[in-house]
Design a protein around this ligand. Structure first.
Ligand SMILES: [Zn+2]
Length: 473
């Protein structure tokens, strides 16, 4: 077992050489790259922290990122840690592969070395959010870093409870409004759990729910569609079904808890490529799951992995039976979002004349139906909001088809910009996927009819657009 690594000025210098492949290392002084640090604090850090310097002279003009990963559990040097973590999060995407690999390997090694040390729960939570961000290779936003430090964010949003409910109980809401203040979406998510009484009922510790939400946000990739905004959107829509459409009256607290968690987690770590691509391109992820519901199994795995971390385990105070039930529901709901099994789900819903609310099987089928509806709900929103989502989907589809062409893989017509348009894609989607599913749920929950009506209106708009374009050419 390795002893925890203690950095001193001497081995800091060694690490500095380790990361600098050229003689440039000798031109660096300890002070030059520590732009914003005062000398005494800097010296203190050198003694108490691991200090690495990454010189990116070639890629970023004289950009130096000083990385201090402090094993200090009392978070004495937290501010500096944040600054440097942000720098690394920012730096990785711009790095060339060999450099990136070297940095990541070293960081992983250091993390392993520290894992023997005693860490506070709060420190572990921060570290995990950071690692999730590094895995995804994007920078932690300043707001997220701020949230880690200041745990009052669920109370200090500046919104009253009534304002939060008003935002939640409508579909006329575009989460991209908060593109630069993503934490506000976490505040709204927290409110969903609170207003459904789940925090009280399941004694979810506030800090753990906060950790869970931050880790969740960091686990989504920065891609055009299957990102954290989509996760939020699906969860918001499920909440809308439950509250405004009165679906919650039929379900128990266990089911409501599982539904919100499933919606939040259902696309975790989505790479922006679909199952067909992952299999056709013979990716590791594809082979790992035997080319069967590859993404959905991966999302499930990532969800359970996150719940397996004590600092993120929102199920911590459920008894064994309750926790097992929630996990079963989550797995069922996430796996149901694979569109290749859409047909069988629809057939089962069609056969359901009435719901036996005492049957777990019936409840599970309804929950899967709700998640599936929410997942394909872009077109139940006001036209302008729906259009923006449609464009994001197409951007991701077109990126995939261009990659497929590059790799000589088969290309689906609905993803090929030379064979389809956004209007054609949306009309087909509403007609063959959206409406048939929403119609079945509306039969069981009549208040969901507003969703069908909006979808029909949006389809008419797309049809007008398509005929205008066809007429013009
Ligand atoms: Zn989704």
């Amino acid at each position: 077992m390795l002893a925890p690594f203690r950095a001193t000025s001497k081995n800091a210098k060694f690490l500095l050489y380790f990361f600098l492949p050229t003689r440039q290392a000798s031109t660096l002084s300890y002070h030059s790259e520590a732009d914003n640090l005062n000398t005494s604090l800097f010296r203190q850090l050198c003694d108490s922290s691991i200090y690495l310097v990454i010189n990116r002279v070639n890629r970023i003009n004289r950009f130096f990122a000083a990385l201090f990963l402090t094993p200090d559990s009392n978070l004495r040097n937290l501010q500096i840690t944040y600054a440097t973590r942000r720098a690394v999060g920012f730096l990785l995407p711009g790095m060339e592969e060999p450099d990136k690999l070297r940095v990541l390997t070293k960081l992983q090694q250091l993390q392993e070395e520290w894992s023997n040390g005693k860490k506070t729960e709060s420190y572990i939570a921060q570290e995990n959010v950071f690692w999730a961000a590094v895995d995804q290779e994007y920078a932690l936003g300043p707001s997220q870093l701020h949230l880690l430090e200041d745990r009052r964010w669920t109370e200090d949003s500046g919104w009253s409870k009534a304002e939060k409910r008003n935002m939640l109980e409508t579909l006329d809401f575009d989460p991209y409004l908060f593109e630069r203040e993503e934490h506000k979406l976490l505040v709204l998510t927290y409110e969903m759990f609170d207003s459904l009484g789940l925090i009280d009922r399941f004694k979810v510790p506030r800090g753990i729910l906060q950790n869970f939400l931050l880790q969740l946000q960091a686990s989504y990739r920065r891609i055009p569609f299957h990102n954290f905004f989509h996760s939020y959107n699906v969860t918001h829509t499920v909440y809308y079904f439950l509250t405004v459409c009165n679906v919650k009256n039929h379900l128990g607290q266990i089911e409501l808890f599982a539904l919100l968690l499933s919606a939040l987690c259902h696309d975790i770590d989505h790479p922006g490529l679909n199952n067909t691509f992952l299999s056709n391109a013979k990716t590791d992820m594809g082979s790992h799951y035997n080319d069967f519901s590859v993404l959905e199994q991966h999302h499930c795995h990532k969800t359970f992995e996150m719940l397996g971390k004590p600092e993120c385990n929102v199920l911590i105070n459920l008894n064994h039976i309750e926790a097992t039930r929630v996990r079963k529901y989550i797995a069922a709901c996430i796996l149901a979002t694979d569109l290749s099994v859409h047909g069988p789900y629809l057939a089962q819903l069609k056969q359901m004349q009435t719901v036996d609310w005492s049957s777990t099987q019936d409840k599970e089928l309804i929950m899967c139906g709700l998640i599936k509806c929410a997942d394909i709900s872009n077109e139940i929103r006001p036209t302008q909001i729906g259009r923006r989502w449609a464009q994001r989907v197409m951007t991701e589809f077109f990126a995939q088809s261009s990659l497929e062409k590059e790799k000589g893989l088969p290309v689906a017509p609905h993803m090929d910009p030379t064979k389809t348009t956004t209007a054609t894609g949306q009309i087909g989607f509403i007609t063959y996927l959206g409406l048939p599913l929403f119609n079945e749920l509306t039969r069981l929950f009549p208040n969901m009819k507003v969703c069908c009506d909006q979808m029909i209106e949006n389809r008419a708009n797309w049809e007008r657009e398509r005929s205008k374009k066809t007429g013009a050419t």
